[in-house]
Design a protein around this ligand. Sequence first.
Ligand code: PEP
Ligand code: MN
Length: 349
Amino acid sequence: MLVVMKAQATPEQIQAVCDHIEQLGLRAHPLPGAQRTAIGITGNKGEVDRGNIEALSGVAEVIRVSKPYKLASRDVKEEDTIIHFPGTDAAIGGRNLAIVAGPCSIESRQQAFDIAEQVAASGAQFFRGGAYKPRTSPYAFQGLGLEALRIMADIRTRFGLRIVTEAIDNESLELVAEWADVVQIGARNMQNFSLLKRAGRLRKPVLIKRGLSATLDEFLMAAEYVMSEGNYQVILCERGVRTFADHTRNTLDLSIIPAVRRLSHLPILVDPSHATGKRDSVLPMARAAVASGADGVLVEVHNHPELALSDGPQSIYPDQFARMMDELEQIAPVVGRNVPRGIAVEASK
Ligand code: PEP
Ligand code: MN
């Protein structure tokens, strides 16, 4: 159910409606929009008696949301969600594209700083790097853990880049939430419902990668899990799905971009690195991602991919990343977008 408040509803009236919903044992999710505030209701098993709510002052109407995902749906919030990063001009969603770049794994302080310096010089605003790695083999490099989080925090201080890194379980979620700017939930955890709920209790942006065989509805339901706990700062990321095609690591499903944008107000990025697994395919697919309306791209960049401890074959060189930025800058205006170059960070007091 969705309570649509009148455009002139006061904050007190909005609060009174939320209180009424909570008193019914349900959960109220106030979602401010450009014109008016909507209040999503979750936790109801059947129909909520709308008469009593409709009678409250400031309420315009109460409507049923037929989609299985409610808070993630455009029916509930018409305008695109834009996630801002306090103290900076960076955002995910909106006119400016978000460019997230960095190695698959943080391997050493030197490696991470060298790559960060180069992607920052090309104008990236976000740095990615794995501290906790979900690897297919238990014998493969598992990540440097807390040490990697500390290195990335120092990268943020040095270059201003905002940090995106993955949490793989409850333990790493706590640490990642403490040190990073965006908590990534990996493809293999897209239906780890207890992890999603915990991420929903954070007040940090959460980036959810599409599961290896997830449908559009399942993908949006993963976002709904996070939002149902009160965290509305959710970013989706298409990273390819498993198909019979074996010329690439996965099959990049770009047609999900317009579908997500139609059904949901949440921003969606594209990761052409994991989608293709091939360095030479990353740039063409990044171009296509922007052309198809994605809100940005997430790419793996390594200065010595031949020595990388994970995902070397799909990591582009820093000079290829520089070229990617130049090309995306040309494509972006055609679809009404812009590639910001560099991040402005307010001097801390
Ligand atoms: C990653 O971003 O390094 C990663 C492991 O991605 P995914 O969960 O999409 O495989
Ligand atoms: Mn990787």
